[in-house]
Design a protein around this ligand. Structure first.
Ligand SMILES: Nc1ncnc2c1ncn2[C@@H]1O[C@H](COP(=O)(O)OP(=O)(O)OP(=O)(O)O)[C@@H](O)[C@H]1O
Ligand SMILES: [Mg+2]
Length: 249
């Protein structure tokens, strides 16, 4: 059986205007499987966003292959839902209209669009904010809308680039719990990028630890702790310690 996402010996070199080149990724190989919650963690500039952009189809590898179900990824597609750190919602559309947007582009009839959007508004607990504009929502609410907007296409994988980095700690903890609930009830596959070891230890079934200059995979840690995880438990501290050591050595 082929992996859901198969990254084979991928390198990415960016050419700059001043003729210098940046090795954003060097010889990265990793597979993501259906149903996994994989976190990628590493210091700034280690190529996390570049890796996500390659899987998203927004950019192509310089060398190597990026495959989805054995087929090369050549462009963005609704089967890979993306949630970014910054609130990439359309400011002139309401929550409901943002969530429906891709269905409208695909020509899905209004009644079906509405029903599907209602379903996802319920899942993220924002039915009451359906007719509000992004400017009228809190940061946490906006990220919930962004998640619903990605999920409405029923993607094979959800790609999330530091999605909760800009919200306060309490909201962040709530969003993490909600995302785990969605992951479990909908059977999602998720690649989640973060700077935060605790966040990775709380969420991930597997943690990819990256290092910079050039961006490479340093280590991959499987996390066998059951969900929901107790941040205060010795088992959690042990996972944290393992990742922290891999991160800093
Ligand atoms: N479009 C681009 N053109 C040139 N260089 C780039 C481009 N995008 C990224 N880079 C460089 O590639 C490297 C990896 O960048 P990337 O954004 O993937 O890192 P990151 O791990 O996501 O960092 P952060 O944690 O700060 O978001 C960096 O050295 C960056 O300067
Ligand atoms: Mg980044």
């Amino acid at each position: 059986m082929s992996a859901l996402i198969d990254i084979q010996n991928v390198s990415k070199i960016y050419a700059s205007a001043d003729d210098s080149t940046a090795w954003a990724l060097q010889d990265v190989s990793v597979q993501l499987h259906k149903g996994e919650f994989v976190c990628a963690i590493g210091p700034s500039g280690c190529g996390k966003t570049t890796l996500l952009n390659i899987i998203g189809g927004f950019t192509q590898p310089t060398e190597g292959k990026a495959l989805q179900d054995g087929e090369p990824i050549t462009a963005p597609g609704p089967d890979r839902g993306v949630v970014f750190q910054e609130y990439a919602l359309f400011s002139w559309l309401t929550s409901r209209e943002n969530i429906e947007f891709s269905l409208r582009v695909k020509g899905v009839p209004k009644k079906e669009r509405r029903e599907r959007a209602e379903h996802y508004l319920d899942l993220i607990g924002l039915r009451r904010a359906a007719d509000r504009y992004p400017g009228e929502l809190s940061g946490g609410m906006r990220q919930r809308v962004a998640v619903a907007r990605a999920l409405i296409n029923e993607p094979e994988i959800l790609l999330m680039d530091e999605p909760f980095a800009a919200v306060d700690a309490m909201t962040r903890a709530t969003l993490q719990e909600e995302l785990l609930r969605l992951w479990q009830t909908l059977g999602l596959s998720i690649l989640f990028i973060t700077h935060n070891i605790e966040e990775a230890a709380f969420l991930a079934s597997r943690i990819i630890i990256m290092s910079p200059h050039p961006g490479r995979i340093k280590d991959i840690v499987s996390v066998d702790l059951p969900y929901p995880r107790d941040r205060g438990s010795p088992e959690f501290a042990a996972v944290y310690g393992r990742v922290d050591r891999a991160f800093h050595t």
